[in-house]
Design a protein around this ligand. Structure first.
Ligand SMILES: Nc1ncnc2c1ncn2[C@@H]1O[C@H](COP(=O)(O)OP(=O)(O)O)[C@@H](O)[C@H]1O
Ligand SMILES: [Mg+2]
Length: 278
C-alpha cells in the first residue's frame, strides 16, 4: 500500500538523517519500524505524512508512493484527504478542549454533521472510557486515555492507513497492552493498514506482521515479526535477552552493541536491504 524506495532526508539543508530507507507497508497488515531514540523513526513518518517541510526537512532522494501514486512532497492536508492519518508522539491532544471537542476537531474533513456524529460514536464503541469522559477536558485524562483519544481523533477522518508514533511511550505495561489490543482490532475489525514506530520492540513485535529495524537513519534488517524477534542481535539489543532467553541488564547489553554485526551490513558500505512484503 505504502512504499518507500531509497529515501534520504536532510534537515536544514545539511544534516543527513535518513539514508536510503526502503520499506513496504502491506495493505491490511501491521508493520512496525523499530529503533532506539534518535534512529530516525519520527522523521520517516514525517517524510510520509508531509510534515517534514514545516521543520525545514527535505526528502532529497528516493520515492514515496501510496497505492502506486507518488505522495512525495505533498502537504499534510493532502495526505489526510488520501486517507493517511498520523498519531503523534506524545499523544498531542488539546488539553483545554473536552474529549468530544477533540474528536470533532478530527472531523473537519467529514462532509456532514451526521457523519461526524457516527464516527464519534464508533470511536466511543472502540474506547468506552472516552464516552464516559466525553465532557471532561482532555488535559485531565490519564496518559492511556489521552493515547486512546489521539488514536480516536485520527480515526474520525476514516483513514485507510494509520501512522502511529510510539504509542507505548510513557505508559504503564497494562495500559500499553490495552492500547495494543485496540490497534489489533483496528486491523482485524476495521480493516485498517497500520505502521507503528516503536522503541518498545517487545510489544510491537507481538502484534506486528512485518518488522523493520532502523539504526542511525538506515534500515538494518527486516522480515516477518516472528523471525525478527528470533534474531539473536534483536534479542540482545532490543529485547534485552541472552542466549537462554533470559533477560540481562542494559549494562551487559551495551558492549554487545558494538561487537555484534548486523546481517548483511558492513561498516561503511550501504547495506541494501530488500524491502520485501510479507
Ligand atoms: N527538525 C530537525 N532538525 C534537525 N535535526 C532533527 C530534526 N528533527 C530530528 N532531528 C534529528 O534527526 C535524528 C532522528 O530524529 P527522529 O526522527 O526524531 O528519531 P526517533 O523518532 O527515532 O527518535 C536525530 O538525530 C534528531 O536529532
Ligand atoms: Mg520519535
Amino acid at each position: 500500500m505504502l512504499q518507500l524506495d531509497d529515501v534520504s532526508v536532510v534537515y536544514d539543508g545539511a544534516i543527513l538523517v535518513l539514508k536510503d530507507v526502503s520499506l513496504n507497508v502491506e495493505k491490511g497488515c501491521i508493520t512496525t519500524l523499530l529503533g532506539a531514540n534518535g534512529a530516525g523513526k519520527t522523521t520517516t513518518l514525517k517524510a510520509i505524512s508531509g510534515l517534514l517541510y514545516s521543520e525545514r526537512g527535505e526528502v532529497t532522494q528516493g520515492a514515496i508512493t501510496l497505492e502506486g501514486e507518488s505522495i512525495k512532497g505533498l502537504p499534510a492536508h493532502a495526505l489526510v484527504a488520501r486517507g493517511v492519518a498520523q498519531v503523534f508522539e506524545g499523544r498531542r491532544v488539546f488539553a483545554n478542549l473536552t474529549v468530544e471537542e477533540n474528536l470533532m476537531v478530527g472531523g473537519h474533513i467529514r462532509p456532514s454533521r451526521e457523519q461526524v456524529r457516527n464516527a464519534i460514536d464508533q470511536v466511543y464503541t472502540l474506547f468506552p472510557r472516552l464516552r464516559d469522559r466525553r465532557r471532561q477536558a482532555a488535559g485531565y485524562l490519564s496518559g492511556g486515555e489521552q493515547q486512546m483519544l489521539a488514536i480516536g481523533r485520527a480515526l474520525i477522518c476514516d483513514p485507510r492507513l494509520i501512522l502511529l508514533d510510539e504509542p507505548s511511550l510513557g505508559l504503564a505495561p497494562l495500559i500499553v497492552e490495552e492500547i495494543f489490543r485496540t490497534i489489533v482490532m483496528l486491523k482485524q475489525e476495521l480493516g485498517k493498514t497500520i505502521l507503528i514506530v516503536e522503541q518498545n520492540a517487545a510489544v510491537a513485535l507481538e502484534i506486528a506482521d512485518w518488522a523493520y529495524v532502523m539504526e542511525t537513519g538506515r534500515i538494518m534488517m527486516n522480515g516477518p515479526a516472528e523471525s525478527v524477534r528470533a534474531d539473536p542481535a534483536v534479542q540482545h539489543f532490543y529485547l534485552g535477552l541472552n542466549e537462554g532467553g533470559k533477560r540481562h541488564s542494559y549494562r551487559e547489553a551495551r558492549p554487545l552493541r558494538r561487537r555484534v554485526r548486523w546481517p548483511g551490513h558492513s561498516d561503511s558500505a550501504d547495506p541494501h536491504v530488500p524491502a520485501s512484503p510479507p
